[in-house]
Design a protein around this ligand. Structure first.
Ligand code: ADP
Length: 327
């Protein structure tokens, strides 16, 4: 179903992630290379509804590849959840003749794009911009590598103080539905336990192993908890452990929003550039309603409706490795 595309709009939506700017740059410059008119849409779907749309040139994206956040800003937009809101948004695209959209965001933003393009005649291409890496169909998402490296740097620092005081530190990292930041940062920092939403945790087994470690004077322990773990987060885990092992010196550290910010890593800049380029190529080739991923170092296109249904599966072997290496 190939049709000519002339004017492409690009927006960032949902939670921000480092590397979104590199993706915007790649989209805009690839479009201009092909002689297309490129439009930036501010504040995600809100800007589409409120007509915050402006034409972009090559120089509009100069000096942004290294910057965190997103120059187009991002937002969550309740009005876009309603048909009337989406109709208003489409009217704003139509009046400018915008005939293709690139949506940089997470699975919620893809869900929005899927609904939008099923109701109105506009091809949409998604780019996975999320620190959580919670989308199946790609080995990488834009922002994950930076976020996980920020977490590792912070956890290393916490380990120094844990070591100086012989303490147990329970560190909460981001990941409401996905444990990838916890899993990767936990392995990379030598954590004893990693609690993630994808896997049920036997908290009593953790308590027993801490008691056993206390006996053999292994006093420095790190537990990494994804915020969406079924136990409820680091504070809840700490309260339970303190009740069972009152003598253990326990501290909680919640890393929070530092994981979203900062200059994107080399990896995130490279994948954002590759994905951004392929988003525009995809629209030109007549692809629509897919998101661009990278699987086994090859570009991979997943229908938006499948991206929203599937989640990545955690490799059981990784959990086994954590246990063996931390003993
Ligand atoms: P993320 O893209 O980071 O997962 P959200 O889940 O908050 O972020 O989704 C971003 C935006 O996408 C929402 O604020 C809303 O405007 C739009 N959206 C999400 N789900 C739908 C849906 N089912 N229908 C229409 N729009 C949606």
């Amino acid at each position: 179903m190939s049709r000519k595309v002339n004017k492409i709009g690009v927006l960032t939506s949902g939670g921000d992630s480092p590397g979104m700017n590199a993706a915007i740059r790649a989209v805009v410059r690839t479009g201009i290379f092909h002689g297309l008119e490129m439009y930036g849409i501010m504040h995600g779907y809100s800007g589409m509804l409120n007509d915050e749309i402006f034409q972009m040139e090559g120089k509009s994206v100069a000096n942004i590849i290294q910057r965190g956040g997103t120059i187009l800003k991002t937002a969550r937009c309740m009005e876009f959840m309603e048909y009337e809101g989406r109709k208003k948004a489409y009217a704003n695209l139509e009046k400018r003749g915008i005939d293709g959209l690139v949506i940089i965001g997470g699975d919620g933003s893809f869900r929005g794009a899927q609904v939008f393009s099923s109701e109105f005649d506009i091809p949409c291409i998604g780019l996975p911009g999320t620190i959580d890496k919670d989308i199946a169909g790609t080995d990488f998402t834009i922002g994950f590598d930076t976020a996980v490296n920020t977490a590792v740097e912070a956890i290393d620092k916490v380990r120094d103080t844990a070591d100086a005081h012989d303490r147990l530190f329970i560190i909460e990292v981001m990941g409401r539905d996905a444990g990838y930041i916890a899993l990767h940062s936990g392995i990379a920092t030598g954590a004893e336990n990693i609690l993630i939403p994808e896997k049920k945790t036997d908290i009593n087994e953790i308590v027993e192993s801490l008691a056993e470690k206390e006996k053999r004077k292994k006093l420095v322990n790190l537990i990494i908890v994804a915020e969406g773990d079924e136990f409820g987060g680091a504070n809840e885990v700490s309260a339970y452990i303190k009740e069972k092992l009152p003598k253990l010196e326990t501290r909680v550290c919640i890393l929070g929003h530092i994981q979203r910010g900062g200059s994107p890593s080399c990896m995130d800049r490279v994948i954002a550039s590759r994905m951004g380029y392929h988003a525009v190529e995809s629209l030109i080739e007549g692809r629509h309603n897919v998101f661009v991923g990278i699987l086994n170092n090859k570009m991979n296109y997943t229908p938006l409706n499948e991206a929203v249904k599937k989640k990545q599966r955690i490799n059981e072997e990784w959990m086994k490795i954590v246990k063996i290496l931390a003993s």
